[in-house]
Design a protein around this ligand. Structure first.
Ligand SMILES: Nc1ncnc2c1ncn2[C@@H]1O[C@H](COP(=O)(O)OP(=O)(O)OP(=O)(O)O)[C@@H](O)[C@H]1O
Length: 454
């Protein structure tokens, strides 16, 4: 049996707070951890009845009194000084006659645990965001063949040179020219390479959503906002890189807010009152001529100067024709192994494609290669398999079909091609200058047509 001083030494060695009363609720002792957690010295408590402890204002609620009332164990959580959250559990100890002899209460400070839980939740949220925004790149950068001509090499050389500095980089280039790949390269060669690479396409969503994604929001900031609030990308990119693609499409109101974030390294989440600090490497990209946008008052001049410390320009593929052959060879290999095929380019095809002007640039080349590989009837891909606009023929009018049918067929092909190049109905519709709903309706009509034919 442990008794007297030894019992006190034992409970003092415990990391949770311990509070012991007799069977009437009179304080017998507390341990050192209890004194530390609550800030109340033992000398002030010993001999006091729990109701007096409450009356004296040391605690707001006594678990021991509740144990006496319930004649059984009781647990609850409480907030004490400095916003500390404690978990209080009272357990009765009965004598041989079934009367409560002692009440032993343990007090655990769970503030740290809650912080850790909150941090865990935030981490989970950030990982989700990264999953959503950071994985469009498939594979390891080192495995990407940097198929680059002299002109593109200059651009990559400059990018690698400025990567270890904190200078802001603005990449200019048409869609599919490799802006994201270049931004990732800068990140990989930068001092924050171990941090996150967070990517946001500013043209992809409406203004309010864009603001919520970037700045995050506090719980209940607006109808439909999640209970927990949401970590914004500005915070998720902390100690890493934030890549803002299509920055030219950032609405003016958000341009002003972004400028402030860049100047102050802090921001207010939507609906929040407390600033959050953040520190990230900013890389932006656009296919627009931002100077022209400034002249049209669509883009803030002060923001342009901030972003454009190091301008990098990725030329369109039609100006890098010496890369086309290598790109065709590389992506043919890639899709051959992906689909376990053995397709080859006919040299006329390579010749023809080297002279094509690739409005969708490298992405169009990749999509075309995949399409040709998976639809090939034979291993040699010849000119006959190329879409007619790439073959350089004009088949329209030669088929004898009605004008309406021919227009429809042309429309269908243009939409299919745009989908192949841009990947989504929204982007394809935008490129073709039609509504997304119109494009989807047409697709549905064609699908129905196919079903009735078959
Ligand atoms: N030098 C290169 N060698 C091989 N593949 C490349 C090269 N540059 C880009 N690519 C590939 O081309 C595709 C398009 O590149 P990326 O997504 O970087 O273009 P982008 O300019 O960011 O396009 P968008 O403006 O539409 O977002 C990607 O699959 C990328 O891996």
């Amino acid at each position: 049996m442990i008794s007297g001083d030894n019992l006190q030494r034992v409970i003092d060695a415990m990391s949770d707070g311990v509070y012991i009363t007799d069977g009437h609720g009179v304080t017998l002792t507390v341990n050192k951890a209890y004194e530390r957690i609550t800030g109340i010295p033992r000398s002030k408590l010993v001999g006091l009845h729990m109701s007096e402890v409450v009356r004296a204002g040391y605690i707001s609620r006594s678990v021991s009194l509740e144990v006496l009332k319930e004649q059984g164990p009781v647990t609850f959580s409480q907030t004490i000084a400095d916003d500390h959250k404690i978990l209080v559990s009272g357990t009765p100890m009965f004598d041989a006659k079934g009367r409560i002899e002692y009440i032993v209460t343990t007090v655990r400070d769970v503030t740290e645990l809650l912080h850790a839980k909150r941090a865990e939740e935030q981490l989970e949220q950030i990982l989700k965001l990264r999953d959503h925004y950071g994985t469009s790149f498939d594979g390891d950068l080192n495995n990407v063949p940097f198929i680059i001509s002299r002109r593109t090499k200059d651009c990559y050389d400059l990018a690698k040179k400025v990567a270890p500095t904190s200078a802001k980089v603005l990449i200019q280039g048409e869609t599919g020219t490799g802006k994201t790949l270049l931004a990732r390269t800068i990140h990989q060669y930068s001092d924050v390479a171990d941090g996150p690479f967070i990517e946001l396409n500013c043209a992809a969503m409406p203004e309010t959503l864009l603001e919520a994604e970037l700045f995050g929001y506090v719980a209940g900031a607006f109808t439909g906002a999640s209970q927990k609030g949401k970590t914004g990308l500005l915070e998720a990119a902390n100690n890493g890189t934030l890549f803002l693609d299509e920055i030219g499409d950032l609405p003016l109101s958000l341009q002003a807010k972004l400028l402030k974030v860049i100047a102050e390294n802090r921001f207010l989440p939507v609906g929040g009152t407390e600033f959050k600090s953040t520190n990230f490497r900013l890389i932006s990209a656009t296919h627009h001529d931002l100077k022209q946008q400034v002249a049209q008052k669509l883009f803030r001049e002060d923001l342009l100067y901030r972003l454009n410390v190091v301008p990098l320009e990725l030329p369109p593929l039609r100006e890098r024709t010496d890369e086309v052959e290598a790109l065709l060879a590389h992506y043919l290999n890639h899709f051959n192994s992906k689909y376990e095929l053995d397709c080859q380019w006919h040299r006329d095809v390579v010749y023809r494609l080297s002279r094509y002007d690739w409005p969708g640039n490298i992405r169009e080349l990749i999509n075309l290669t995949e399409r040709l590989v998976v639809t090939a009837d034979q291993s040699l891909i010849t000119l006959a398999q190329l879409p007619s606009e790439l073959r350089g023929e004009t088949p329209e009018g030669a088929s004898g079909a009605s004008l309406k049918a021919q227009v429809e067929a042309l429309e269908q092909r243009l939409i299919e091609d745009a989908l192949a190049v841009y990947g989504t109905t929204r982007a394809a519709a935008k490129a073709l200058g039609i509504d997304q709903s119109t494009l989807v309706k047409k697709q549905q009509r064609w699908r129905k047509g196919q079903q009735t034919e078959s």
